[in-house]
Design a protein around this ligand. Structure first.
Ligand SMILES: Nc1ncnc2c1ncn2[C@@H]1O[C@H](COP(=O)(O)OP(=O)(O)OP(=O)(O)O)[C@@H](O)[C@H]1O
Length: 331
């Protein structure tokens, strides 16, 4: 059964802001309590447009094991150009399977059972993502949709330098670039993600975890993708580095205009960084709303349960997001 997802065009972010305290207000109050101590960087001049970059329709994915596991069930949503869409839900609800499947990065025993994924390129052409194969699919990865996953920083090759690894992305996907252009673009990318370009000759073991993850983000950005899928990209990092990298990601999407699908267990964090949040339960998207709507007026009982499972969001223990608002406003 198809999940009913509100049409993004009929639920603009501004609507929520009209009825509830602003996102910036959420952040300010969060900052006071300090538990989700990240700056709210979406800002009022978010690059969010109404134009879609990705349309997912009735996507179902199954693990062909005995008995089969239907990990994603008729997921439908539309992602807008420049939007940060948070994907929330308890462990095992299908977030990672969805993220890999919609990008055709899933591996057996996972199989796409039904559905469609359409990428709406900035060049005006639509791409049937699930119809891509071989060289076309490889070209599509990185250049249109890039992925950064939790262990990404550990997948940097330990025996070759950062320079060689960035170089590799360009020689594979942009064979016309000269050596000088590759070097200059690589240095520029490191600078963009907050790594000193002079570290370009470093090997992975010479870099901290945070720096390695930044290098992975630089690699993901190398070919100017229009969408970044980030699966727990900061979970393995300490809280301070996590916060710095989140700020960097949001600054970059603001500067470069790519959309982000951001997966994490950390609902308070998603409330801070996302334009909209999709809540998944047992393979289904049960609610998709602006962060404000989701927090102040959750519709699905599971969303309320999920919010309730973070005492800092709803209870007396943390009381940080509510700080500054009366109980009436947050009920
Ligand atoms: N290789 C596999 N074979 C069989 N079942 C699998 C496999 N990988 C995942 N699953 C099942 O698919 C479902 C969705 O898993 P998935 O990893 O996508 O969830 P998730 O929400 O990303 O979880 P987490 O937050 O813990 O990463 C779970 O029931 C999981 O047990």
């Amino acid at each position: 059964m198809s999940t009913s997802i509100p049409d993004p065009a009929s639920a603009p972010a501004a609507d929520a802001a009209d009825h509830h305290p602003s996102a910036a207000g959420l952040a300010a109050s969060a900052a006071k309590g300090g538990l989700v101590d990240i700056e709210h960087l979406r800002g009022d001049d978010s690059p969010l447009s109404q134009e879609p970059v990705l349309s997912v329709r009735d996507l179902s994915i199954e693990y062909e094991v005995d008995p089969p596991v239907r990990a994603v069930r008729s997921a439908s949503f539309q992602l807008r150009r420049g939007e940060v869409l948070g994907l929330a839900g308890e462990s095992g609800c299908g977030k990672t399977t969805l993220a890999y499947g919609l990008n055709q990065l899933h591996r057996p025993p996972a199989r796409i059972v039904e559905g469609s994924v359409t990428f709406h390129g900035q060049d005006g052409h639509d791409v049937d993502v699930l119809g891509l194969h071989g060289a076309d699919l490889r070209a599509f990865h990185w250049s249109r949709i890039a992925m950064v996953f939790q262990g990404a920083m550990n997948s940097l090759n330990p025996v070759i330098s950062v320079r060689a690894q960035l170089d590799d992305v360009f020689t594979t996907h942009r064979p016309d670039m000269s050596k000088a252009e590759r070097l200059s673009r690589s240095r520029e990318l490191l600078d963009l993600v907050g790594v000193d370009p002079d570290r370009i000759g470093a090997f992975a073991h010479e870099l901290s975890g945070g720096m390695r993850q930044r290098v992975m983000i630089a690699m993901a950005l190398a070919l100017d993708p229009e969408l970044m899928i980030m699966d727990e990209p900061t979970t393995a990092l300490d809280v301070v580095v996590q916060r710095e990298i989140l700020q960097e990601i949001l600054r970059l999407r603001h500067e470069l205009g790519f959309a982000v699908i951001f997966i994490t267990h950390d609902l308070p964090m998603l409330l801070e960084i996302s334009d909209r949040i999709a809540v998944m339960r047992a393979g289904q998207i049960v609610e998709l709303e602006t962060a404000e709507e989701l927090y102040f007026a959750p519709k699905h009982p599971y969303t309320r349960t999920l919010l309730g499972s973070f005492p800092s969001l709803t209870g007396d223990a943390g009381d940080f997001i509510r700080a500054g608002y009366s109980d009436e406003e947050t009920r």
